[in-house]
Design a protein around this ligand. Structure first.
Ligand code: NAD
Length: 497
């Protein structure tokens, strides 16, 4: 019988009584690894109620004690780093080095969560009026929820619950149904680190389970990472139910290549940034805007991409793994075909890719288009596959205009030798995360992950100080104390004294 992924409720792995399930498959072989249950309505209600009960005591646990939980968790995650990466590789197909990076980027957020105390400091002003002081306190919200995508099953759950819990909240995680084993192991290690019962609950499922979280009165805030359509639905539904929401959505990230850039650096960086992780990164470079003579570098970009080989997670020579599902592969192949119909030049076509010993895997080889224009579907849609679209323009202003006209604003980069051009780009570009001679500018967790425009709905972003603001409420207290001597002196004072 196929193994069933348990729920994680009150620190126990519990079998769901659901009859409906979703198969979890190994994307390199097509083999069904397990099935994820569609958590029943009763189980959802109970999970939320128990997280609510846990909040009553967790909110009173001293801040240094919460930090110590995160320190123990960080140590355990490091100890189990390779084990987690292997679980992750097996269910996502990511090559092992990449899977280790996924786990590591999450650990860095836990380190930040252990340092939450300075970020929980309020403000104070003494004597706002004679003898009256005002102090603000930062308090947790209650039960928060997180809905995560398939492409970073360690890092993205770890963007969310450690910060929320360190702030004093309890948390319900609904991870992607496509790779639930990694988040389950994260939850078990959180228990091992000493997290009390009900502080982190993990439920599985799809739209119905997510909608329960979005509409339930006891969920105070929702963090979401995933595709644009679902992100918009989550943001609209959560805010319509008067909840706080932060929704990180799809992307189309441009790299502007100026002709004065270091050519070899551009070529080396563009390869990893575009087809690494099979292009299944929200910060992948999916569009290169080649300015002026940089368009002459296309043959060398093609040559470098053609050397890249996908393969199984434990093949040390493989640059990236398969796409997550046959449906994802079909979608990407459909877009490649569409690009050709639309008149883009396909300089390298990965549609017919096969990997020996893994013929059932969802492979797509590196693919390169040139002559891409803003009207084409391959430009407008997030392909989320190992496909690089190149556009050629005459000058920097044309490149800037293209990037600023994009409805997305997650990340961008510019490669140039000119400080003045780099400064203009970083100042004028309407994108939330900018790399200068850096292809994938993901900020470390003491900053925040600051996507803009159609790549983000909300105002406070993930991790860093913004996450603390998102997961907390400010209480402002104004106080006056009457001294007994003051009262009695008033009672006895008078013109005759
Ligand atoms: P997805 O939107 O299909 O799924 C994300 C989550 O939403 C999953 O947990 C899923 O179960 C749930 N879900 C799916 N359909 C739903 C529905 N109709 N109603 C409610 N919930 C639903 O995304 P995915 O394919 O897992 O992930 C890839 C996407 O995530 C890409 O678009 C990528 O750009 C985006 N992403 C964005 C960021 C970012 O920071 N901006 C980071 C990583 C991934």
């Amino acid at each position: 019988m196929t193994q069933r992924v348990p729920l994680f409720l009150n620190n126990q792995c519990v079998n769901s009584s659901a009859t409906a399930t979703i198969p979890v498959t190994n994307p390199a072989t097509g083999e069904v690894i397990s099935e994820a249950p569609l958590t029943t309505p009763d189980e959802m209600q109970q999970a939320i109620a128990d997280a609510g009960k846990a909040f009553k005591s967790w909110r009173n646990v001293a801040v240094p004690e919460r930090s110590r939980l995160m320190l123990r968790y960080q140590a355990l995650l490091k100890e189990h780093h390779d084990e987690l990466a292997e679980i992750l590789s097996r269910e996502t197909g990511k090559v092992f080095e990449d899977a280790k990076g996924d786990v590591w980027r999450g650990i860095e957020v836990v380190e930040q969560a252990a340092n939450v105390a300075p970020m929980l400091m309020g403000e104070s002003v003494e004597n706002v009026a004679p003898g009256i002081d005002t102090v603000s306190y930062i308090q947790p919200l209650g039960v928060c929820a997180g809905i995560t995508p398939f492409n970073f099953p360690a890092m993205i759950p770890l963007w969310m619950f450690p910060m929320a819990v360190a702030c004093g909240n309890t948390f319900i995680l609904k991870p992607s149904e496509q790779d639930p084993h990694t988040p389950m192991r994260l939850a078990e290690l959180f228990r091992e680190a000493g997290a009390p019962e009900g502080v982190l609950q993990v439920v599985h499922g799809g739209k119905e389970q997510v909608d329960t979280l979005l509409t339930h009165d006891d969920i105070k805030a929702v963090s979401f990472v995933g595709s644009v359509n679902v992100g918009q639905h989550v943001y609209r539904t959560a805010t319509d139910h008067l909840k706080r929401a932060q929704c990180f959505a799809g992307a189309k990230n441009h790299m502007v290549v100026m002709p004065d850039a270091n050519k070899q650096q551009v070529i080396n960086n563009i390869v990893g940034a575009s087809v690494g992780a099979a292009g299944q990164r929200c910060m992948a470079i999916s569009v290169a805007v080649l300015v002026g003579e940089a368009r002459d570098w296309l043959p060398e970009i093609r040559e470098a991409l053609a050397k890249v080989r996908p393969g199984a997670w434990n093949d040390s020579g493989a640059a990236y793994g398969p796409l997550i599902s046959p449906q994802a592969k079909e979608r990407v192949l459909g877009l490649i075909a569409r690009g050709k119909e639309e008149g883009a030049t396909c300089l390298l076509d990965g549609s017919e890719c096969a990997v020996d010993g893994h013929l059932e895997g969802n492979w797509v080889g590196p693919t390169l288009f040139s002559g891409v224009t803003p009207e084409m579907d391959i430009y407008k849609e997030e392909i989320f596959g190992p496909v690089l679209c190149c556009m050629e323009v005459d000058g920097f202003d044309d490149a800037l205009e293209i990037v600023n006209n994009s409805p997305y604003g997650n990340g961008t980069s510019i490669f140039t030798d000119s400080g003045a051009i780099a400064r203009r780009y970083r100042h004028e570009v309407e994108v939330g995360q900018v790399g200068i001679n850096i292809p994938i500018p993901v900020p470390l967790p003491f900053f925040s992950f600051t996507g803009w425009k159609g790549s983000f709905y909300g105002d406070q972003h993930a991790y860093g100080k913004q996450a603390v603001r998102f997961y907390t409420e400010t209480k402002t207290v104004t106080s006056r104390w009457f001294e007994p001597s003051f009262e009695s002196s008033q009672a006895t004072s008078g013109p005759n004294m």
